[in-house]
Ligand binder design. Structure first.
Ligand SMILES: [Zn+2]
Length: 305
């Protein structure tokens, strides 16, 4: 079932190396590889001379130095942030301090919903709670400078404040962690919300840009079709959950064992949260039921069953 997405895991850009994708687009990878970050966060430099940086990445000395070296002799005017997770936004502070660039994002870190009574946010440490943008972006906002025009596209789901950025001159979208070529995106409550995520997939999938450059890994080619495969994958996962619930498998750990065969053990907690994201969405739509608010420890059943 995981094979329905035409993944492309080829990406061999070494950390710290600056690659020119085409004149007006450069990228480099931070030194933070891992099960959630693939080879590391990808930072993009847009334009020449007067440049914007998309996702400066983690505040890690080697990465910040490589990024500043890459733009030496140029003026960094804007820093765009796709979302406030620790692998994307903390590098904004040192880059801003070194260049005076303005930091633009949807807003400070926030969860998609309030915590339930007694609930602990398992992703709390993933959030960059200190982050504040200089300029808050709304969906459709357009920012332009010499040679580049960037349009903000609100894409909540992976994170409540997630934005993608269309680069008009490049006919491409910087899509953050919304869509990635090497893996599905993680949608984990309470930071993430599946109903928002699916709406954001539909939204970006209606756009014409053929190529996305994500926050991790290489470019997504044939992006509108790729997004349709992403949507179908989530619908398939939802169908699996409903099938398992119909068989009486009623809690998150049991559903994870049944659905995620051969899962990397480091990803079991994330898989549990991903299942919870589907369960929350299904409860909200009245398809399934549970006692009280949907929770990781909850017991679920088909509504009316
Ligand atoms: Zn990320």
């Amino acid at each position: 079932m995981a094979d329905d997405i035409p993944y492309d895991k080829t990406f061999d850009l070494a950390p710290g190396m600056v690659e020119t994708v085409f004149p007006g687009l450069r990228r480099l990878v931070a030194h933070n590889p891992g099960p959630f970050t693939f080879t590391g966060t990808v930072t993009y430099i847009v334009g020449e001379g007067q440049v914007a940086i998309i996702d400066p990445g983690p505040n890690e000395e080697r990465h910040i130095r490589a990024l500043l070296d890459a733009v030496r002799g140029e003026t960094v005017t804007h820093i765009f942030i796709t979302h406030t997770h620790h692998d994307h936004s903390p590098g904004a502070a040192p880059i801003k301090a070194a260049t005076g660039a303005a930091v633009l994002a949807e807003g400070p870190h926030r969860a998609a919903r309030p915590l339930h009574i007694g609930e602990i946010n398992p992703l709390d440490s993933a959030g960059d709670h200190d982050f504040r943008p200089d300029i808050a972006l709304r969906d459709g906002d357009v920012v332009a400078n010499a040679g580049w025009t960037i349009e903000a596209i609100a894409t909540p789901g992976h994170a409540a404040n997630h934005m993608a950025f269309a680069y008009r001159e490049g006919d491409l979208i910087f899509c953050g962690d919304h869509v990635m070529a090497w893996s599905t995106s993680i949608v984990a409550p309470p930071d993430g919300a599946m109903s928002d995520y699916m709406d954001s997939l539909e939204k970006i999938g209606r756009r014409p840009e053929p190529t996305y450059f994500p926050g991790h890994g290489g470019a997504v080619r044939d992006a509108p079709q790729f997004v349709q495969a992403y949507i179908a994958h989530r619908q398939g996962r939802e169908a699996s959950i409903l099938h398992r619930l119909a068989k009486g498998e009623a809690d998150v750990p049991t559903l994870v064992r049944a659905i995620y065969i051969g899962l990397d053990p480091r990803l079991i907690n994330a898989a549990g949260l991903s299942v919870l994201a589907h369960l929350e969405d299904l409860v909200a739509r009245g398809v399934i039921a549970t006692e009280g608010a949907p929770s990781i420890a909850g017991v679920y059943r088909l509504a009316g069953g």
